[in-house]
Ligand binder design. Structure first.
Ligand SMILES: [Fe+2]
Length: 321
């Protein structure tokens, strides 16, 4: 029995109007709103709830607002929900609300588990023409004006005790270890067959707990670029990207979000099976990003931030000195 992924993330914002605009620009659909809360959905129905940090009904945060207050994981059937009910029932933080079960992870972050309401999608993404595999015939590759994220793909958390948190997610919630930075970080996937990670736990030397980022899956690398340039045109600030992670192979782009920490567009991550053997990797800047652009690409000039837009008729039309 396994969790099937992230159903919902519940976040806080100090400025709800800014968060509203950010997630609309990000490409999510606004489904509900009132004076204190917003509810967005990705294409497959995964939800992003954004609440005013004054909302007293929310689970307690593990760090100062704005941040992540709760992660809702999903299962595909009632038998799986019962399995996790049994797994978690001995925890002092366990709550049984019939359709929803809840507990806190070792950092104190609220977790919920529900039956999935997410939709099966049939989307078309870019085909590639590599040397030995010609998939795109008589057809240009797509250009995206903006992104429309498919799902909430993974979250990354700072934890105080990596061994304890990782054991909790592996032993009680059935996660599989995909790769490790020994004593520093564990990449975990919730199903043995699946994308490289749904959860990445990181332990900092100062043992700070909190949110590092929330990642949204898009169709292909062209949508990472199109989405990122749209966010730049809208005035949102890049932390890092576009770039490529050597661990997971994903193409990424990170932005600062009004809901705390970072959000990421990513695509083309490694797909793993039970045959995959978790690697021990030494962390470092070149391990985080094989290559990356600091500060992003400007959506108007289509060049790295602060570079001059091309002035000649052609890109290579540089006046002779
Ligand atoms: Fe990520």
């Amino acid at each position: 029995m396994h969790l099937q992924g992230i159903e919902k993330v519940t976040l806080t914002a100090l400025d709800l109007e800014s968060a509203r605009q950010f997630y609309l620009d990000w490409g999510l659909s606004l489904k509900e709103e009132d004076a204190n809360a917003l509810l967005f959905e990705s294409l497959n129905g995964a939800q992003v709830g954004v609440h005013a940090s004054t909302d007293v009904q929310l689970p307690k945060g593990i760090e100062k607002d704005p941040t992540l207050r709760e992660v809702t994981w999903c299962v595909s059937d009632a038998a799986a929900l019962d399995h996790f009910r049994t797994q978690l029932s001995s925890l002092s933080s366990f709550e049984d609300h019939a359709e929803v079960i809840k507990c806190k992870d070792p950092s104190g972050l609220s977790l919920a588990i529900v039956l999935s309401q997410k939709k099966e999608l049939h989307l078309t993404s870019a085909l590639t023409n590599s040397w030995d595999q010609r998939q795109r015939i008589n057809r240009p590759s797509p250009i995206y004006d903006k992104a429309t994220p498919i799902e909430v793909g993974h979250i990354v958390l700072f934890v105080a005790n990596l061994a304890e948190s990782s054991a909790f997610y592996q032993n009680l919630l059935g996660f599989t270890l995909s790769d490790t930075y020994p004593n520093r970080g564990h990449f975990l996937r919730c199903t043995p067959n699946g994308g490289h990670h749904d959860l990445f736990l990181l332990q900092l030397p100062n043992q700070r707990v909190g949110l590092n980022h929330i990642a949204f899956t898009v169709r292909d690398l062209h949508e990472v670029f199109g989405g990122g340039m749209h966010m730049s045109r809208c005035g949102w600030k890049t932390e890092l990207g576009p770039g490529k992670h050597p661990v997971s192979s994903a193409i990424f782009w990170y932005f600062h979000a009004p809901t705390g920490a970072l959000v990421e567009y990513y695509s083309d991550e490694d797909e793993l099976t039970p045959e995959w053997i978790a690697r021990e990797i030494t962390p470092g800047p070149t391990m985080f990003a094989e290559w990356a652009i600091t500060g992003g690409i400007d959506g108007h000039t289509r060049r790295q931030i602060e570079a001059q837009a091309p002035s000649g008729q052609f890109m290579t039309d540089t006046p002779k000195k």
